[in-house]
Design a binder for this molecule. Structure first.
Ligand code: ADP
Ligand code: MG
Ligand code: MG
Length: 250
């Protein structure tokens, strides 16, 4: 479903992705691991369509269509979702207002009617209960004053509501305590489906005990340098990233 071929990306004249290729099939959970600075977040931003990144070569195809030609909104409408490594605080935008706008934009792009308010509230409450999100949080401005774990749960809540086709989770485990890690992982696992795929970016193996991947890819210096099954994550945990770290300042 998602096919990345020879992706070359730079920012401010600095080459960050160097011919990255990766395929994620329907229903697959693919983990991306790799040392700091290997380009994992850059990859997630380029998939989502964040500006500032200059794509010099390559393509990213979702169901055959090259999404690099699409605006971020169009990518979201096509079912691409990015859960951020550092979710932004948005003062002045209520969480419920934001969620409703996101859902209705998606429905509009599909030619569907807006949700009624009771239907919307019912859906949000159901997802919030599953993710153990306090109803008071939903009354606050988006992410403002949320703890690290609450922000990550809010990302998964958005994912649960939008039911994306392709989900990218960028270090969703960072900053989570063990309970939040379990809640977030259960939320993700509940969304696993034949017509949905995940790219789970993580620095540590820990998350992959909870979200068990079908495939594991190691990124180093802007490309995928090794791919394997879930056992590859365990090997990395044992061996570390030393052998992949050749270019990094010591
Ligand atoms: P990772 O998520 O694997 O830690 P990143 O994608 O965040 O890696 O970063 C990859 C490399 O690109 C790093 O060397 C980082 O310093 C550099 N980089 C990322 N964003 C920018 C930017 N906006 N300007 C300049 N360099 C950047
Ligand atoms: Mg990093
Ligand atoms: Mg990162």
């Amino acid at each position: 479903m998602l096919e990345i071929n020879n992706l070359v990306v730079q920012i401010e004249d600095k080459r960050i992705l160097n011919g990255l290729s990766l395929t994620v099939n329907d229903g697959e959970v693919a983990a991306i691991m790799g040392p700091n600075g290997s380009g994992k977040s850059t990859l997630s931003y380029v998939i989502a369509g964040k500006e500032d990144y200059e794509v010099l070569d390559g393509e990213i195809r979702l169901d055959g269509e090259n999404i690099l030609e699409m605006e971020p909104d169009a990518r979201a409408a096509a079912g691409i979702f990015l859960a951020f490594q550092y979710p932004l605080e948005i003062p002045g935008v209520g969480t419920m207002t934001f969620l409703k706008a996101a859902l209705n934009a998606q429905r509009k792009s599909r030619g569907e009617d807006e949700l009624t308010t009771p239907d919307f509230i019912r859906r949000v409450n159901a997802a919030a209960d599953t993710l153990e999100i306090n109803k008071d949080m939903l009354k606050r401005a988006l992410n403002v004053g949320f703890s690290g774990g609450e922000k990550k749960r809010m990302e998964i809540l958005q994912m649960a509501l939008l039911q994306p086709r392709f989900c990218v989770l960028d270090e969703t485990d960072s900053g989570l305590d063990i309970d939040a890690l379990r809640i977030v992982s259960e939320g993700v696992n509940a969304l696993r489906a034949k017509n949905r795929s995940f790219l789970v970016i993580t620095h540590y193996q820990r998350l992959l005990n909870h979200i068990v991947p079908d495939t594991v890819h190691v990124m180093a210096q802007g490309r995928v340098v090794k791919s394997g099954g879930k056992e590859l994550a365990l090997e990395l945990e044992a061996s570390g990233y030393a052998e992949y770290r050749t270019n990094e300042a010591a």
